[in-house]
Design a protein around this ligand. Sequence first.
Ligand code: ADP
Ligand code: MG
Length: 337
Amino acid sequence: MDVTSAPVPAAVELIALTKQYGPGATAVDAIDLRIEANSYCCLLGPSGCGKSTTLRMIAGHESTTSGDILLENRNITALPAAARGTAMMFQSFALFPHLSALDNVAFSLKMKGVAKAERHARAQDLLERVAMGHLAQRKPGELSGGQQQRVALARALITQPRVLLLDEPLSALDPFLRIQMRAELRHWQRELGLTFIHVTHSQEEAMALADTMVVMNHGRIEQVGPPHAVYNRPASEFVARFMGGHNVLRTSAGKVAVRNDHIRLAPAGSTGWTATVSDVEYQGTYVLLGLQLDGSEPKDSAVSVMLSEARFVEQPLATGDRVDLGWDPAQAHALAA
Ligand code: ADP
Ligand code: MG
């Protein structure tokens, strides 16, 4: 086998993919999705919406109830995990602490009975590809979090997958490391030229990473698109609320979403959308105001407004102040009923 061969990314297609764990327990409900080769795809949604089940079905770690999974037009639905051309990278890297980086990466080849010289050559090649060749003899405890992630990446790549599957790989890390590690993941996806499918419940993480975001809810797909399209044109009230940064408002023309940095503040009584300031949060570049709209149902009354620090300094507001809200109609995005 050519140890230096570059990975060949593959497109993944899900056709009416369904998982029922039992009667009335549909975890994934007939989803259709195409993920382009060599793209970074994030499956995003609240806990329990079916993200991990979808990923495990793609990996072959979970049986499907119905539907098909294609990898570059090859139907892999019935294949065992090892024959699919996919590999999984686990949360917190799950490296063996007593093995060197090299032996961690070579481990699955050892299990397959590949001779020592060959498995070490292939593991060393992969460690070099993720800029870890010089640290091959270190144990995980002697490596930084970022270096450990690269060893985990090399270990996942040893089977020459065409698609890398990642289930909440960053969620156990502290916030600082999480942001650093996600930049690394994005870098390695581009550098390696593989298809990445990454599950997360964090919209911030998905927006930072994804070429394509897939927003899921109750086992179904609510919206698919690049982050800026999903953020600026949420397809539904669910997506607008889940993505955050939006206000869902009931106007005479119907329900709309308006980004919280697109709301203007005017003197009370001028627009008819009068609210009371309930919260003022200083965030550095911005000030985030929480407001309660007059005359709304409790579930609709909370509104947030993001002001630049400069604007806030010009016109400071405090809890209890009364203001009116306005927006440019062109910035109000209509939501499906
Ligand atoms: P997510 O990863 O989005 O949090 P999951 O795919 O893990 O969601 O779960 C989707 C739904 O399927 C949830 O309601 C969960 O309780 C259920 N579920 C997941 N795994 C199993 C299982 N092995 N047996 C029964 N129900 C399961
Ligand atoms: Mg999950």
